[in-house]
Design a protein around this ligand. Structure first.
Ligand SMILES: [Zn+2]
Length: 607
């Protein structure tokens, strides 16, 4: 994940609810000139750079040295940053009807959409909203299901439930766990209804119809057009999802019997994941049984005693082979690559640019495993992106849209192929294509299974924010969408006494989700374009852009644009096309599609 330089993260980290100062909403004034607007964005950039650095430093220490003091220091720094951006975003409204230079206009608009939640000007309402968002996230974090509340030993948190759902094959227990976790969100519903009201008030003050419209305004097109664009992408990839769904359903029916229907939706509690968003844990049940992958990178790394620095150097070499400059010396001095023995840290991998210029770092607890080796390539993708746009105004120092940052990291990870491992000396010889179905199926269980889930969370929220879905239909519409897109159903009818969306972190934590859907689409489109530039003519799943200066130059052409231009410009710089295109996914998984078609002969598909 990239640096969490987002307002929301900061807002929710705040230990003490801080009221965002009530701001005057300025009326357009004839006295304002284009020069005033230019001066204003320069001043905003200076403030964001100064406070952003303080925030990054505080957050870095808090994540790599967890104490109550470092937590308090980072909460303060986050709040200072949020307050400044909130003030400035509302201030920017006074330039709304003024003719200004295009890059100034873009910065003013970006400033307004930096906020995920806009607090209303009314101080009491602002405080109420800040408290509500903090308490919903805290309620999720505290969430536990106790089979027997009298016995604390039976209480399970989300990590424990996730772990058990990954491996249990007992349908009674799985249902119990699933229903148990979905009780934690019941008390959140009342808060969520109020949150929607207040957040919409704030969004309206910035000129947006509602909070969903504010979120969609980040995408350089009218909100409704963006919604249609997402559906178009989904339709492109849907046939592959339907095949995967039918194949998995057939296998689950063979395992669990009649609780899995022959033709209908799959019970959501049987997917190895509480939200049915990642089906990787079903791999042992659905694997083709061709003997598994031809080699284990984890075994290779372990047998070589590969260290964290050595593995990271290999990742760096990937980027220098594309023509990027090596990482700065400070990267090696300041990164956290190994889990410290003497203190608590957050091990969840992330990439940082602490001074927002060139103080690049990654924070990871690296083990010699294939997963970590791939993750290193992913995280460094964020770092090289951050450095490529580091001369732009701060408001432009981000990815073209929020799907791009994650997509770039994953694009690089897709190039970790057997051929690449041979070139860097980790593998003697690339295996033939006979084991590819295992690898492609495993990848599809993760990435294709995710797509409809990645899409529907915000489909639900946008309708909730706009009022199209009133509170007495929250749960009904949630399950309508899960049926429509994912083809899953709850173990039993779920009425409005439940608030099932709240059982997913990003809903109570108010984190937009469409970025993950976009990242999953874009990474394959980037990979296909770069692989073609690199001259790869083989199957896309075997293409690596390692050592291709041509591909590297095109990648950099996109990265260095940051957020300075509408995302279609950035997309065009890399792919030559201004449209997102999910057909690259179909290309990448073509061998798997053929194989699935074989397996599904005479079997029902769809639900
Ligand atoms: Zn990432």
């Amino acid at each position: 994940m990239p640096t969490p330089r987002r307002l929301l993260a900061g807002l929710l980290l705040a230990a003490v609810p801080v009221t965002i100062a009530a701001c005057r909403v300025w009326a357009p004034s004839p006295a304002l000139s284009a020069e005033d607007a230019a001066k204003f964005v320069t001043a905003v950039n200076d403030t964001m750079l100064k406070l952003g650095r303080q925030q990054q430093q505080a957050n870095w220490v808090a994540a790599t040295y967890i104490t109550s003091d470092t937590e308090a220091i980072s909460a303060r720094a986050n709040q200072a940053y949020i307050d400044a951006v909130a003030r400035n975003a509302k201030d920017a409204v006074r330039f709304n009807s003024l003719q200004v230079a295009a890059d100034v206009r873009r910065q003013l608009e970006l400033l307004k959409t930096t906020l995920t939640v806009v607090t209303p000007s009314d101080a009491r309402q602002a405080e109420e909203l800040t408290t509500l968002t903090a308490s919903m996230e805290a309620a999720y974090g505290r969430g536990k299901w106790c089979k027997d509340p009298a016995q604390p030993a039976t209480c399970l948190d989300i990590e424990q439930i996730t772990e058990e759902m990954a491996t249990s094959r007992d349908p009674v227990r799985l249902r119990e766990l699933w229903e148990g976790w979905h009780t934690i969100s019941i008390p959140m519903k009342k808060d969520y209804v109020r949150f929607v009201e207040l957040a919409n008030r704030g969004a309206k003050e910035l000129g947006f119809a509602d909070t969903g419209a504010l979120w969609r305004a980040k995408y350089d097109m009218p909100p409704d057009a963006f919604t249609r664009e997402l559906d178009r992408l989904w339709e492109q990839v849907r046939p592959l999802y339907v095949s995967l769904h039918a194949y998995v359903r057939m296998k689950l029916r063979a395992k669990y019997g009649d609780i899995v229907p022959e033709k209908g939706p799959i019970p959501a509690h049987l997917m190895g994941n509480i939200w049915a968003q990642d089906w990787s844990n079903l791999a042992p049940l659905v694997a083709p049984g061709s003997g598994g992958p031809a080699y284990s990178l984890t075994d290779i790394l372990k047998s070589r005693n590969a260290g964290a620095v050595e593995m990271t150097k290999m990742g760096e070499r990937f980027f220098t082979s594309l023509g990027f400059a090596p990482l700065p010396a400070t990267f090696w001095e300041r990164s956290m690559l190994v889990k410290p023995a003497d203190r608590n840290v957050i091990c969840h991998a992330s990439a940082w640019d602490v001074d927002l210029v060139e103080d690049l770092r990654i924070k990871m607890c690296i083990d010699p495993t294939e997963e970590d080796f791939t993750t290193i390539h992913h995280e460094l993708g964020h770092n090289f992106y951050q450095r490529a746009y580091n001369t732009l105004p701060i408001l432009f120092r981000d990815s073209a849209n929020d799907g791009f940052h994650e997509a770039v990291g994953d694009t690089i990870a897709l190039s970790v192929t057997p051929e690449y491992l041979v070139k860097i000396g980790l593998l003697d010889k690339a295996p033939d294509a006979s084991g590819d179905i295992d690898l492609l199926l495993a990848r599809a269980l993760e990435k294709i299974a995710f797509l409809p889930f990645g899409l529907l969370i915000d489909q639900w929220r946008w309708q909730v924010f706009s009022g199209q879905v009133p509170p007495d239909q929250y749960n009904k519409v949630w399950w309508d969408l899960r049926l429509k897109y994912q083809g899953v159903a709850p173990p039993e009818m779920r009425g409005e006494q439940f608030f099932d969306p709240g059982a997913k972190y990003h809903v109570p934590a108010v984190t937009p989700y469409t970025r993950y859907f976009l990242a999953h689409i874009l990474q394959f489109q980037f990979h296909r374009a770069l692989a073609t530039l690199a001259g790869c003519t083989g199957p896309l799943n075997r293409c690596s852009i390692y050592e291709s200066k041509v591909a590297g130059a095109r990648l950099e052409a996109m990265l260095k644009l940051g957020q300075s231009k509408p995302w279609p410009d950035a997309l065009e710089a890399l792919t030559g096309s201004r449209d997102m295109d999910a057909t690259a996914i179909r290309d990448y998984f073509a061998p798997l599609q053929t194989w699935l078609d074989e397996q599904l002969k005479g079997q029902p598909t769809g639900w």
